[in-house]
Design a protein around this ligand. Structure first.
Ligand code: ADP
Ligand code: MG
Length: 887
């Protein structure tokens, strides 16, 4: 017997059954998707699709029939009503699903029933509530490029948010990578043959699945066609208003994205009513590595939201607000006026406790208007979605009232923008009952007095039902069978049921239909007459309810842009109220921003560590200006260096997103970019050499930083041998401090104490250290950042704290002593920085230091809490062996 390969054999399709012929035709329209082919109450999958789906969904693979060549056709199926769950599971595994339904009544079909693809579901376009995360957007991205420029567009079908970019120059792909990591799309479209550079996902990070990529025909990215498509979608004459007329690649990408949505959704997309062209210069740029290092939306250690800045800042009450907060956080502003407007609004809401409480309380009753609207325009909204829309819109007058007296400009603007869209609200209220069933099919969603015909049919139906009750009573009396019942099922319709013991009393005019173990079922002509009336009315009621519902949907849809504007206003109000809430509860201050250089923070704190640590947080100042802008920060391991770096970045970032900041006072400059680099092994997951990564990242900083940037370097240079690392670290600091187009505010945390000598040599460089005290061979962290360099790194004391065996600690102390004897000259200056630094002594030492370095850096890297005792023992033996080999 021939076995099928699983691929649909095209040439034999002609001789296949009519249904299979239809399958092949439709399958050809969705080659890259798994086709859900509706057959009665099931969605069936055939050939390759069946093989893939049965594996992914753990379904039983069967074969339905033989194809004309005699091979069995692999097949599997799922019940249609469970489709959403299965679709969700396939999407999560990176598949696309084409849903093919029967689009005519099987009873009326001549020949094979007509079927069509009604929707293609992909990771970025699956809007099922169980799949979408309320607080996360769901973007589709399209990328288009030439030899010298690249354009990108991102659209969130679930909210209608649509943005575009165009980048020129050598670092265009870096900028696309940055965009990618800010928006984290679920799916990316690119033109045929122009696949994305391999390393574009290098900075994606371990959290969350990488997006699926889909190749599309080149013409779909073509500028003119895309432009006309966008003009039609937005019903405008030009793209000037969106700032896109001079950006052909951005337009091409936007057109390709929109076209993909139209193709997959096969419905109207009225909620996508505009696009924003984002200019890089409008935002504080945070490259992907910085976003991750600062733990803005994910914590590095746990990978989840908990432990991230957003987790601490998010006091929003709506999902729209939560999503907007996230976009503010990942794209802080640089326009001092715009930031000021946000800060003034937060200040007013922070001050007015009662007003804020009322606003937040009212917001709790506002549902996700953006996503409700998306479901309405895509035709997947049920009656309850409409009622949700109505009750949410009906909160707008209250929110308007609560913001009516506001002084802050932004709050006054929002007050204007909180449009209750009364027409929609009233229309829904007039049309639907206040607590409708989930599905329209369940009936009863439409109110009384909406349609006379509907009311009449419902009356008939209920009369019919009460007549049945009458009949039941009458028959009981007539036959004397008190247990006689009229019941209904789908097979027989209405019937009379009599228990076995009463069969003698059954009259002759009952017609027997079915015998059960304990009872008999009968019908009568009279019963069937009423049944026809009732069921006839029932059918007609369903038709009318659907028509009325569709009409309502159309009317609501026509107001989509207004509803969307209201949703945006609600989201912003929610973010502001949430930021005001956290400003009060976390004791934050309003920052003072200026366009100059100087940064002056009194008693700054790390918002996340403060909120999560058991230890009381020790606040620290930071003051940088034109005369001192590069800080060399030394101090013991675990002393608080990284924390100090990060808190400085977070304070700057929070201020520019419009939030109050964790400090007693904060005078802050507008920063154009924040760079943070951590020289450690946390990049290892990408499988590149740590040192190489460190150097690439450092190069990136040196090429992009300006005097308006903030650079935070955390132990850069430790991925290589001591002297290499030190020399590089030294020259990096020199470069930043002296190069006129850099001179950026910089904090460099380092374990190279030699670097503290730089302060004496270079203007602009100062030494800070995190204080610690040694007490009976133990280390006490004071966590106060003070001027001057620190003398020791206390590495061994920290190792003791970490629980290394006493014998090893003693040995390390011995080695340290040896090292210190050779490494420092008679004045105690590290030899490396002195004139004789690379003399023979130092050279000989380098090998020795290398081995020890490896041990120390290995120790730095280990996380004892994640190791098994066996692993720990193995490591220890290894380390000991390395040290022993030195002797
Ligand atoms: N100012 C501070 N107040 C309180 N605890 C702090 C402070 N700075 C750091 N810590 C705590 O000390 C730990 C180590 O700090 P970290 O900045 O990682 O040290 P380093 O980078 O110097 O090794 C942090 O996880 C934090 O819990
Ligand atoms: Mg550190």
């Amino acid at each position: 017997m021939a076995t099928s390969t699983g691929r649909a054999p095209q040439k034999t399709a002609k001789t296949a059954t009519p249904a299979m012929r239809q399958f092949h035709e439709i399958k050809a329209q969705a080659e890259d998707a798994i086709l859900f082919f509706r057959m009665g109450d099931f969605y069936e999958m055939f050939y390759d699709d069946a093989l893939k789906a049965s594996r992914a969904l753990e379904l039983t693979l069967t074969s339905r029939q033989k194809d004309p060549s005699g091979a069995a056709i692999p097949m599997c199926g799922i019940p249609y009503h469970a489709a959403d769950t299965y679709v969700g599971r396939l999407i999560r595994r990176g598949f696309k699903v084409a849903i093919c339904d029967q689009v005519e009544d099987a009873k009326e079909a001549k020949g094979v029933v007509r079927r069509e693809i009604v929707r293609i579901v992909t990771p970025s376009t699956y809007l099922h509530q169980g799949y979408l995360e309320a607080k996360e957007p769901s973007y589709l991205m399209a990328v288009s490029s030439t030899k010298s420029a690249a354009g990108a567009a991102l659209v969130d079908l679930s909210t209608g948010d649509f943005v575009a970019f165009e980048f020129e120059g050598d670092d265009r792909w870096q900028k696309i990578a940055e965009t990618l990591s800010t928006y984290r799309p679920r799916e990316i479209l690119y033109p045929e043959g122009k696949s994305l550079p391999d390393d574009i996902f290098a900075q994606w990070g371990p959290e969350g699945d990488a997006p699926i990529t889909t190749e599309r025909d080149n013409w779909r990215f073509e500028h003119e066609a895309s432009r006309s498509l966008l003009l039609r979608q937005f019903a405008t004459q030009s793209l000037e208003g969106f700032g896109l007329e001079s950006k052909p690649l951005a337009v091409g990408a936007a057109g390709a994205a929109l076209q993909y949505l139209q193709e997959t959704q096969r419905g109207e997309l009225t909620h996508i009513s505009g696009i924003r062209c984002l200019e890089e210069a409008d935002y504080l740029i945070l490259d992907p590595v910085t976003q991750r290092n600062l733990e803005l939306t994910h914590s590095l250690s746990e990978g989840g939201r908990s432990g991230s800045l957003i987790d601490v800042l998010d006091h929003t009450t709506t999902s729209m607000g939560a999503r907007t907060l996230k976009s503010w956080l990942t794209r802080p502003l640089v326009d001092i006026e715009a930031i000021g407007r946000r800060l003034d609004a937060v200040e007013e809401l922070a001050f007015d406790v009662i007003q804020r409480a009322k606003i937040r309380d009212t917001l709790k009753d506002v549902l996700d208007l953006e996503r409700l609207l998306a479901r309405v325009t895509l035709g997947s909204a049920g009656p309850r979605d409409f009622v949700g829309l109505q009750t949410s819109l009906s909160k707008m007058p209250a929110l308007r009232g609560l913001t009516a007296e506001a002084n802050a400009v932004l709050l006054r603007e929002l007050n204007e923008a909180l449009d209750p869209v009364e027409e929609v609200r009233d229309d829904i209220e007039r049309t639907l009952v206040s607590e409708p069933p989930i599905g329209l099919k369940d009936g009863g969603a439409i109110r009384e007095h909406v349609s006379e015909e509907l009311d009449e049919l419902r009356r008939l139906r209920s009369e019919g039902k009460s007549t049945l009750t009458e009949i039941e009573k009458r028959e009981r009396a007539r036959t004397g069978i008190t247990s006689l019942k009229i019941r209904f099922n789908k097979v027989f319709g209405y019937y009379l049921e009599v228990t076995k013991s009463k069969l003698d009393a059954v009259p002759d005019d009952y017609i027997r239909k079915q015998t059960l173990v304990g009872a008999e079922r009968y019908i009568t002509p009279e019963l069937k007459e009423y049944e026809e009336k009732i069921l006839g009315a029932e059918d007609r009621i369903q038709v009318i309810e659907r028509e009325l519902f569709e009409a309502l949907n159309q009317r609501v849809r026509s107001h989509a842009p207004r509803i969307r504007a209201t949703a945006r206003a609600v989201a912003v109000l929610d973010v502001l109220a949430g930021l005001a809430e956290v400003a009060t509860t976390a004791n934050l201050t309003k920052p003072r921003l200026h366009n100059g250089f100087e940064i002056d923070v009194k008693d700054g704190r790390h918002p996340v560590i403060e909120a999560t640590s058991q230890e009381p947080f020790v606040p620290n100042d930071i003051a940088l200006d034109e005369n001192r802008y590069v800080v060399i920060l030394t101090g013991p391991n675990m002393g608080g260096k990284s924390t100090y770096l990060r808190q400085t970045a977070l304070i700057v970032l929070m201020a520019q997103m419009g939030s109050f900041v964790p400090a007693a006072e904060a005078k802050l400059p507008i920063v154009d970019r924040i760079f943070t680099r951590v020289g450690a092994s946390d990049n290892l997951f990408r499988g590149r050499s740590t040192f190489m990564v460190e150097m690439q990242e450092t190069a990136h900083i040196l090429h992009h930083a300006t005097p308006k940037s903030l650079i935070l370097l955390d132990e850069i240079g430790r991925g290589t041998a001591t002297y290499d690392g030190l020399s590089l670290a030294w020259s990096v600091v020199e470069h930043i401090a002296t190069e006129a187009k850099l001179k950026s505010k910089t904090i460099f945390a380092t374990h190279y104490h030699e670097l503290t000598d730089l302060a004496a040599e270079l203007p602009g460089v100062v030494n800070f250290h995190v204080s610690a005290r040694e007490w009976q061979d133990e280390i006490v962290f004071l966590r106060k950042v003070l001027e001057g360099g620190s003398d020791r790194s206390y590495g061994i004391q920290v190792a003791r704290l970490a629980g290394l065996p006493p014998s090893l600690i003693r040995r390390a102390q011995e080695i340290l002593l040896n090292l210190e004897k050779t490494e420092f000259d008679l004045e105690g200056r590290p030899r490396v920085t002195g004139e004789s630094s690379l003399g023979s002594g130092a050279r000989q030492m380098s090998l020795f230091a290398d081995a020890e370095d490896r041990v120390v850096s290995e120790l730095r890297r280990v996380e004892p809490e994640t190791m098994t005792p066996l692993e720990a023992l193995q490591l220890l033996t290894e380390l000991k062996e390395q040290l022993d080999a030195m002797e």
